[in-house]
Design a protein around this ligand. Structure first.
Ligand SMILES: Cc1cc2nc3c(=O)[nH]c(=O)nc-3n(C[C@H](O)[C@H](O)[C@H](O)COP(=O)(O)O)c2cc1C
Length: 363
């Protein structure tokens, strides 16, 4: 499927080295103000070449809005936006088309699409496909913000080095100002060094992104199949290289007692019902409960690494090849994936709000 969503429907178009990558969004309510420069800012946060810990590949992601916007306001028609793929060099992908990269999608895609898929730059399996998610997500984020809902993501962990996420506005701003997007001052240097070491060794590292959705009204989420967890997991697993998603106390819940895991209720100073702890990650029965929605997303280490690995030759049965992946790949996907997680969370939550008819913030 190329489309995500029930009411706010996001369809990804294009491929890494084709003419363009972008998005068609259906279901945006009319007459809402959209800030295009904010979308461009987010595209720059996702783009490669932004610091020494990302790939040095430069992509000029110039946003073209083709339909759906008039005088900065949504018209109610499908919103169509994309960036052109300029300056692509596909020659290397021709060289390795018969020797699938271990850990990348080359081999299963070759079988499924009978070799007809556009393998250049990883085709539909490229991190570049997340451009469409960032365009749609930035719009969803803006629309959520208009009703007071805030989506923030941070680097929680890279190469096993964990940061403390406190989720204050200052933490968020701070994490956006450092190249590894950690909210924890003490961790920047060690995390940066771990990525640089992996690059020097011809290797890569993975990590975890934590995301928080603040001020979500009680009652968002459509049980059973469109629970908040289902929708967020669905879209998170659509981000390339994601290997796990956990909510609240996550897998650790399995090691707790009921008395430890239950979040006890109280009335806050505004007489709103809240819980003392948030092991549920803001979700009960698939529905928001008024606490921040908190989840974590695990990213595997980048598969395209210069270290020599063994693969097969797809054209000559039985023949093994050694492969040294060339090209400029991220030694760690996590810093660039942070805004992508944030955008995907906004897409899923905004869609659920429209689905549930919840357009204001009150509980
Ligand atoms: C923002 C972003 C950038 C990425 N950059 C690279 C990259 O430079 N090299 C690479 O091999 N994979 C990269 N990936 C991951 C691959 O696209 C992904 O591993 C591949 O499609 C296989 O899918 P899977 O890992 O989900 O199984 C990136 C992913 C994201 C989200």
């Amino acid at each position: 499927m190329n489309t995500f969503g029930t009411v706010f429907r996001t369809t990804l178009i294009g491929s890494s080295h084709g003419n363009l990558v972008g998005v068609i969004i259906e279901g945006i309510p009319p007459n809402l103000e959209i800030d295009i420069s904010n979308i461009e800012t987010f595209l720059a946060r996702r783009a490669p070449g932004q610091s020494k810990v990302t790939t040095r590949r430069k992509e000029k992601d110039k946003l073209i809005v083709e339909a759906g916007l008039f005088k900065q306001r949504t018209t109610g028609e499908p919103f169509v936006a994309f960036v052109r793929n300029s300056d692509v060099d596909s020659s290397y992908y021709e060289e390795i088309k018969d020797t699938p990269r271990p850990g990348h999608a080359d081999y299963p895609a070759f079988v499924k699409f009978e070799g007809a898929n556009d393998y250049r730059g990883g085709g539909r399996f490229s991190g570049r496909m997340t451009i469409g998610l960032v365009i749609a997500g930035t719009i969803a984020k803006q629309l959520l913000k208009q009703v007071g809902i805030d989506v923030r993501a941070y680097t929680k962990e890279i190469a096993g080095l964990e940061s403390e996420v406190i989720n204050t506005t200052e933490d968020y701003i701070y994490s956006e100002q450092n190249i590894v997007r950690v909210p924890d001052n003490e961790m920047i240097e060690s995390v940066t060094n771990a990525i640089m070491k992996a690059r020097k060794d011809g290797d890569s590292v993975g990590g975890i992104v934590e995301c928080t959705i603040n001020n979500l009204p009680v009652g968002v989420g459509e049980p059973i199949f469109d629970s908040i967890e289902s929708k967020l997991s669905h879209i998170m697993f659509s981000i390339p290289a994601v290997k796990g998603v956990e909510f609240g106390s996550g897998f650790n819940a399995a090691r707790m007692k009921g008395s430890e895991h239950n979040d006890e209720y109280f009335y806050n100073e505004s007489q709103q019902i809240r819980t003392k702890t948030n092991n549920a990650g803001g979700i009960l029965g698939g529905i928001s409960n008024g606490m921040p929605v908190v989840f974590r997303v695990a990213f595997k280490p980048t598969s395209s690494i210069p270290k020599i690995q063994t693969t097969v030759n797809l054209q000559e049965k039985g023949k093994l090849e050694s492969l040294k992946v060339r090209g400029r790949h991220d030694p760690c996907i996590v810093p660039r994936a942070v805004p992508v997680v944030e955008c995907c969370a906004a897409i899923a939550i905004y869609d659920l709000m429209l689905q549930g008819g919840i357009t204001t913030h009150a509980d």
